[in-house]
Write a protein that binds this ligand. Sequence first.
Ligand SMILES: O=c1[nH]c(=O)c2ncn([C@@H]3O[C@H](COP(=O)(O)OP(=O)(O)OP(=O)(O)O)[C@@H](O)[C@H]3O)c2[nH]1
Ligand SMILES: [Mg+2]
Length: 204
Amino acid sequence: MKLVLATGNKGKLREFRQMCQDEVVAFSDLLGAFDIVEDGATFAENALIKARTIYKKLKETYPSGNYFVISDDSGISLPVLDGAPGIYSARYAGEGANDKDNLYKLINAVKAKGLKETPAYYTAAIAIVSQYGEYVVHGWMHGKVIDKVRGDKGFGYDPMFIPSGFEKTLGELDDEVKSKISHRGKALALAKPIIQMLRRKDIH
Ligand SMILES: O=c1[nH]c(=O)c2ncn([C@@H]3O[C@H](COP(=O)(O)OP(=O)(O)OP(=O)(O)O)[C@@H](O)[C@H]3O)c2[nH]1
Ligand SMILES: [Mg+2]
């Protein structure tokens, strides 16, 4: 049974591949690349929208295929900004904004509050859509953001985010370290038993 990832984000794909023993196929390799409208009100709703869209298209394109779809909707929230950018993290600096635009907009928002650092947390909702049912799990990573960029690892807001208990930003820490403590890593740890269950169902 194929595990198809419903994301167009290369950073997420890299992290999923590193964290899953199973082979992970990007949906664009099977269906070509396209955008999905994420108009849900929560991370969970958006994750389900993405996974359902890809599952439906796969069923239309490969009716006898054997697969399940996994998606990730995630973002960073700052209590000092009433939880922004939250579910709008990918388009914080506007539709079509890239990671750098979003990163510098958030740095400027922190500075505009007269702060050098402030608490922040990442949320990830992972949805799994399969012929047996739909599942959603969550993970969080708490820490703080600073008013500057440090390091070039990770993606998105990582160069300004310092996880609790660390001195370095995620831009300075290796992917292996990030995976152990990240919102995505924690959500995936909860998703793994579901994935195993789906594989067992597939066998019997
Ligand atoms: O520095 C970061 N490290 C992370 O670990 C992380 N996780 C999420 N984010 C931010 O939140 C948006 C998600 O939005 P999002 O879930 O809609 O994803 P996306 O649009 O990039 O891809 P897709 O999966 O929807 O295709 C992303 O673009 C990033 O800006 C992160 N930033
Ligand atoms: Mg998105």
